[in-house]
Design a protein around this ligand. Structure first.
Ligand SMILES: [Zn+2]
Length: 254
């Protein structure tokens, strides 16, 4: 699909269809820190910042970026990914070749997802409970249909905080980039997440100083994690966050 109008229409349709609503009713808000592409610095400084606070994150991995560079920064090695799993972090899917899913046909997308599932499965990831992030946040109706059938959740890019409920098939994020790109600040959204017991999913890339325009510095990440915990929020990787919301929704409805 390359016609810009058709793509836009498809994205509008995708936003409103194929929803899988997760009620957000629990005693505390949740912040999830996610790292797209798993750059080497995120696997090192990013993971360590979370571990220092006794919490873990989600790294969305495209197997084809292993040992490569992305945005001029070294990406993860296999050793990095094994280390993340060993430390209790979560690995999610980010396609294999890091391609825009809205531009692939059905067969091309399925091949991408099968190949990355094989890659993650070989590392020991449970691919029955896999979470997905659309590369470049690029989703469309056809892609959402395929991804919603395969993944526990699928994440887009931007859109802010979830309160009351979330669409597991199009989870939104706040972009924690060194040069802000979203209108609301992290501090504003965090305060609302704590107050309204919502789910704030953060996405970023490299964690180094200086960061790329899609990354964040280790010092600021450290502050963001501290602030989330100080605000009374739980800091959970995506799978653990979904477990938390589902368990509490069942209790609320019992
Ligand atoms: Zn990416």
């Amino acid at each position: 699909m390359s016609n810009p109008f058709a793509l836009r229409l498809s994205r509008v349709l995708a936003r409103h269809a194929l929803k899988n609503i997760l009620p957000l009713q629990a005693a505390a808000g949740v912040v999830s820190f996610t790292f797209d592409d798993a750059p080497a610095s995120a696997c090192e400084a990013g993971a360590q910042a979370l571990e220092r606070h006794g919490v873990r994150g989600t790294f969305y991995v495209a197997g084809g970026l292993t040992d490569q560079h992305e945005e001029g920064k070294p990406c993860h090695t296999l050793a990095h990914l094994r280390q993340l799993l060993q430390a209790g972090h979560e690995l999610g899917c980010h396609s294999y070749s890091h391609v825009r899913c809205d531009l692939l046909n059905q067969r091309g997308l399925v091949q991408e997802l099968d190949r990355n599932a094989q890659f993650l499965g070989d590392l020991g990831v449970d691919i029955r409970a896999l979470n997905f992030a659309y590369p470049f946040g690029a989703f469309a109706f056809g892609a959402k249909r395929i991804c919603s059938a395969r993944f526990r959740s699928s994440r887009i890019t931007g859109g802010g905080l979830h309160t009351g409920q979330a669409d597991l098939n199009a989870l939104k994020t706040h972009r924690l980039y060194d040069v802000a790109v979203d209108a609301d600040s992290y501090e504003t959204l965090l305060a609302r997440a704590a107050d309204q017991r919502g789910w704030l999913i953060i996405n970023t890339h490299d964690i180094e100083n200086p960061a790329s325009r899609f990354g964040y510095t280790p010092e600021r990440l450290e502050q963001a994690i501290s602030a989330a915990l100080a605000a009374g929020c739980k800091v959970l990787p995506v799978n653990a966050a979904i477990d938390y919301w589902q368990q509490n929704a069942h209790r609320a409805n019992a």
